[in-house]
Design a protein around this ligand. Structure first.
Ligand SMILES: Nc1nc2c(ncn2[C@@H]2O[C@H](COP(=O)(O)OP(=O)(O)O)[C@@H](O)[C@H]2O)c(=O)[nH]1
Ligand SMILES: [Mg+2]
Length: 309
């Protein structure tokens, strides 16, 4: 499937929800006054764009409209889409990788936010590009997590390093780095147990994993990816606010965008965490994890232009 179609399908619920609100607005409003712009701002906020991003977009639209630079609905939505895209592009960057050899990615996040699935889907993305991937099952808390990762290993032809339930997660991470280096893997993705920022023991375990892998590879991990469940909307932000700080996250993965009509949260999320979104989860199948593209994301959300009109 073309990548834009993956974005479009994944963000369909959001586009439809936004289209309903905005579509009504364009049908009702003949001349755009302050009240109309306020209504548009409200619709963007309802789609979880966040107050700051919504206000920025609407202020720019109002200025340009008053200067006579915008005429109809299509103009307005086109400019809103371009503004959203520019905002997102300013906040993102390519993934950090090792200058050569092994790139190590550490997954962190609360339970159920999509760490293990994302680790597996990253293996799928990278093996499809001919890369060699090792997966490390450092969620030794839940027996099912290692099993889940082993399935992804089989599915993608990736090596999986695991131990017994209850094993020391840092020891598994150390073995995984050694093994990935010995095997000449291009990527090592380390899955970890879900935790809350205030779970002292588990947060220490994360710090220990980091220390131990640095013993083997001083510049690792090259990225610490924090998974955020987009389907809980701006609650994901509240939930992860403190977590991001104490977990040493370097970038974000916005998962389950397909499960919500409030998928507009990317701008709010980048703004809140001052961290780039590097990947987005747009569905259940392996190909549904994609590198974040501000262009495709904005275009998919504003494909609401075609909904209900
Ligand atoms: N629809 C959808 N479901 C997802 C996505 N990412 C993860 N999930 C589901 O969310 C649930 C929890 O994911 P999991 O990776 O086990 O979370 P973890 O506890 O952080 O490791 C699983 O049922 C996944 O299939 C996504 O992008 N879209
Ligand atoms: Mg897991």
């Amino acid at each position: 499937m073309a990548i834009f179609d993956t974005f479009k399908r994944g963000l369909m619920k959001t586009a439809v929800a936004l289209g309903r609100g905005i579509g009504g607005l364009f049908a009702d409003v003949k001349t755009w006054d302050d009240a109309a712009f306020r209504k548009l701002e409200k619709e963007l906020i309802l789609a979880d764009f966040g107050v700051t991003a919504s206000r920025k977009i609407v202020e720019n639209l109002r200025d340009r409209y008053q200067q006579g630079k915008l005429s109809g609905a299509d103009d307005i939505l086109q400019v809103a889409q371009a503004d959203l895209c520019a905002m997102l592009a300013a906040g993102t960057r390519p993934m950090h990788t090792a200058p050569e050899g092994l790139t190590v990615v550490l997954m962190v996040g609360v339970n159920g936010s999509g760490k293990t699935t994302t680790a597996g889907k990253l293996a799928s993305l990278w093996t499809a590009r001919g890369k060699k991937v090792t997966l490390a099952a450092c969620d030794t808390f839940r027996a099912a997590a290692a099993e889940q990762l082993k399935l992804w290993g089989e599915r993608t032809g990736s090596q999986v390093v695991a131990s017994n339930p209850g094993a020391d997660a840092a020891a598994v991470a150390f073995d995984a780095v050694s093994s990935a280096l010995a095997r000449g893997s291009d990527y090592l993705v380390i899955d970890t147990a879900g935790r809350q920022h205030n779970q002292k023991g588990l947060m220490e375990e994360l710090a220990k994993i980091r220390r131990i892998i640095r013993k083997r590879m001083p510049d690792a991990p090259h990225e610490t990816l924090l998974t955020l469940d987009a389907s809980i909307g701006t609650n994901a932000i509240a939930q992860a606010r403190e977590f991001a700080a104490v977990s040493g996250a370097s970038a974000l993965v916005l998962t389950k965008l397909d499960g919500t009509g409030k998928g507009g949260a990317a701008a709010a999320v980048q703004d809140e965490f001052k961290l780039p979104i590097l990947f987005v989860g747009l569905g259940e199948t392996p190909g549904d994890l994609q590198p974040f593209s501000p262009e495709l994301y904005s275009e998919a959300i504003f494909s609401c232009k075609d909904v209900n009109r």
